[in-house]
Design a protein around this ligand. Sequence first.
Ligand SMILES: Cc1cc2nc3c(=O)[nH]c(=O)nc-3n(C[C@H](O)[C@H](O)[C@H](O)COP(=O)(O)OP(=O)(O)OC[C@H]3O[C@@H](n4cnc5c(N)ncnc54)[C@H](O)[C@@H]3O)c2cc1C
Length: 287
Amino acid sequence: MTTAVSHIDDLAAALQAATTSPVLRPHHPGYTEALPGFNLALHHRPDLVLVAQSAADVALTVEMAEARGIRVTAMGAGHGALAAQEGGIAVVTSGLAGVTLDADAKTARVSAGTTWQQVMDAVTPAGLAPLAGSSPLVGVVGYLLGGGLGPVARTFGYAADHVRSIELVDGRGRVLVADAETEPELFWALRGGKAGLGIVTSVTVDLFPVSTLYAGGLYFAAPDIATVMHGWLDWGRTIPETVSTGCCEYTCFLKANMDCLASRQMHSAAEAAFIAQACENHSGKNL
Ligand SMILES: Cc1cc2nc3c(=O)[nH]c(=O)nc-3n(C[C@H](O)[C@H](O)[C@H](O)COP(=O)(O)OP(=O)(O)OC[C@H]3O[C@@H](n4cnc5c(N)ncnc54)[C@H](O)[C@@H]3O)c2cc1C
């Protein structure tokens, strides 16, 4: 539902005066480009976008929005969007992105808005690896909030179980740090509870000395799904417990995105390459 225009204009003016982050309304240049666009079938239409530049600006935004009764939603890399956002405020976190490596402690502090590719670029030169997911373009925070089951999950477990601490802005606009000792229940709920418990501004995660990884993907035509599923189940019974494997159906997602390719600008060359490659690999070509 769209919020009353005067309320939003009032909030936009207050945020512009109090923060250093770009504040964008739908008629402003850069509004569309600021929104993450991995799922091109969705067209987000928030009343206001804050392209966050600091945790303090996120906190101020939540506090001011809460005082006016306006909904605030966090946006990461956009890989988890299942419905278009209509109205309210979107806090886009890509402007916060960054990684600080502590090689001795084998940890990395990762800001919201960072993708797994950015973490890998920062930590692999030190011989360390994060518990990333299958796509390097997925957002770290969105991934961890959902638990995070990646290609090495049966060796190391859920990525969320290797989070040391989480910094977030709660519903009142307070900046909190949750870990095993401080706010332990919030810390537990955040690691798998997905969205709605606050806006995460950074996480500190464990890194692992992984030197070798055998991995890959196979794509099959949709009509072969029954054969593939039975074959995959049989094969799964033969592999060691440290081997991770998954099976998913991409057809609907790819079709939706193919339909949009011609009409909407991709937000990055990497996204375009990923979808184009996936479509090419989809041997059925019946999208
Ligand atoms: C190609 C692809 C591969 C994937 N591979 C894997 C995989 O191997 N393993 C796995 O477990 N999952 C996987 N996923 C699922 C993925 O982890 C989730 O969709 C995740 O939520 C994506 O996060 P995002 O930041 O990219 O998405 P977004 O759509 O930006 O965010 C997803 C959700 O998290 C919330 N959120 C984002 N940032 C914040 C924040 N800073 N604070 C609070 N809430 C926030 C958003 O509000 C939204 O509800 C994959 C998804 C795709 C599309």
